[in-house]
Design a protein around this ligand. Sequence first.
Ligand code: GRG
Length: 293
Amino acid sequence: MTAIEQILVSFHETRTLVDGKLREYLANEEPLLAVLQESIDYTLFSGGKRVRPLFCFIVGELFGVSPDRLVSLACALEMIHTASLIMDDLPHMDDAKIRRGKPANHMIYGQDVAALASIGLLTRAYEVVLKDPRLPEDKKARVVAELARVVGIDGMVGGQFVDLKYAGRDMQQDVLQYIHTNKTASLFVASGTTAAIIGDAQPREVEALKAYAEHLGFAFQILDDLLDALGKVEEVGKSLQSDKANFVTFHGVEKSKELVQQHTAKAIDAAAVFDGRNEKLVALAQMLLKRRS
Ligand code: GRG
């Protein structure tokens, strides 16, 4: 099997393991909460690629930690990601009406329920990590602190704020950089560094994973902007935002395509620290270059 074929199998296995566990973690018997539960399930199980859980498992494998032992962490990452998508689509944020080819959460359940679904997912993420008996007690605080940091003001919240308030056509490159370092790349970074904490990685290995994830996150976001600019709604599966300042409006299509290649190459370079066992990191970066949604 080629490395890319292996990654496809890993995507499939990740989805099976993570989706089963997500259902367990989010199960709720309270009839009064049925609509909230429906709203959460609606976005959590509507075809997300599960890239962050897969990256977390690949990093775990580098340090001999099996997916079974990391599954609560992988689910937490996906809950955070899903929470951010639901919130991002709200009218007072990106005001997106379509997500993954279907009406956005608030279009079905209303803004009030969508906001609560988002916060519910976010808080459950921390809860499942802290309560997991398979994760080492002495590492949970560091892992949860890292998750909280990347979600918060110095991470996704800050990135979203700057995006909402300063992403204009006349913005400087460092503002664009700030937005995507914090809004997108930070959760990729945390997906790697938290798994590395559990795996007792050496500081230089953590640094390499940070660099890999940051470049992967950038390539991922620039490709997202290219798909927005060039794709059709039906293919991309979400509201297209060609009116908004992003990598493509800033750099143009050709330069953006070059940047995707450059960041992917830099991610692969960073993975060289794991010489001899970096095959999956390399294949993941190459695989994500090919995505169309
Ligand atoms: C964490 C609740 C919370 C809020 C933080 C709203 C917000 C503040 C941040 C927005 C972050 C955001 C939505 C960034 C975009 C990242 C991105 C490229 C998402 C697409 O990821 P994919 O392609 O999605 O992995 P799928 O659909 O596959 O799950």
